[in-house]
Design a protein around this ligand. Structure first.
Ligand SMILES: [Zn+2]
Length: 185
């Protein structure tokens, strides 16, 4: 059985047995917060438990490294949507120690892509089209600094109300311990 088969088989039982009943909530976050964090598997449940965020409490936005690459990209749009449409009243950016984006070498990913069949020609074509493939695939050097940058970009966004606090934190993927980087109040 493939993973997809397993997912679908489980899902049938889940719905038939009405296991969804414990999950009823609304689209509005009970704690009126939007949390922007990393996609790291170690954080999935740990972060919620370590921060006392239960099902229905928060809007979650995740990507690699909790990095906002562009002020008018999908992360920022999601934050604005959470604030204006979903009644979020504060934002928390939560980076983490030992993040895969820390010290990510762009050349390494390009090499792996080539090994997996992406031709040098394709890379060249992208670069000729003005896409800086290497900087697109670059991580950050320091997680605290990266969190500060994300907080700054959100806080200074021209479409975000000035009254919204934006906090910056770094979590340990082992213990769940939080370091406060920026208190947005
Ligand atoms: Zn990470």
């Amino acid at each position: 059985m493939t993973l997809l088969d397993n997912v679908l088989a489980h899902n049938q039982r889940f719905v038939t047995d009405k296991q969804y009943e414990g999950f009823q909530t609304t689209k509005f976050p009970d704690k009126k917060v939007v949390i922007f964090t990393c996609m790291d598997t170690r954080l999935s449940q740990l972060l919620r438990s370590a921060m006392d965020i239960n099902h229905g409490d928060a809007k979650f936005i995740k990507n690699a490294g909790a990095v906002i690459s562009h002020p008018f990209g999908s992360v920022m749009r999601s934050i604005l949507l959470a604030v204006y449409e979903l009644k979020a009243e504060e934002v928390m950016v939560v980076g983490h120690h030992n993040c895969g984006m820390a010290g990510l070498e762009p050349g390494g990913i390009v090499e792996k892509a080539k090994e997996r069949g992406v031709s040098s020609k394709t890379i060249e074509t992208l670069e000729f089209s003005g896409i800086d493939v290497k900087s697109f695939l670059t991580g950050f050097n320091n997680v605290e600094e990266s969190v500060r940058n994300s907080v700054k970009m959100i806080k200074n966004h021209p479409l975000l109300p000035e009254t919204i606090p934006v906090h910056g934190l770094v979590i340990s993927p082992d213990t769940g311990a939080l370091d406060l980087i920026i208190d947005g109040y």
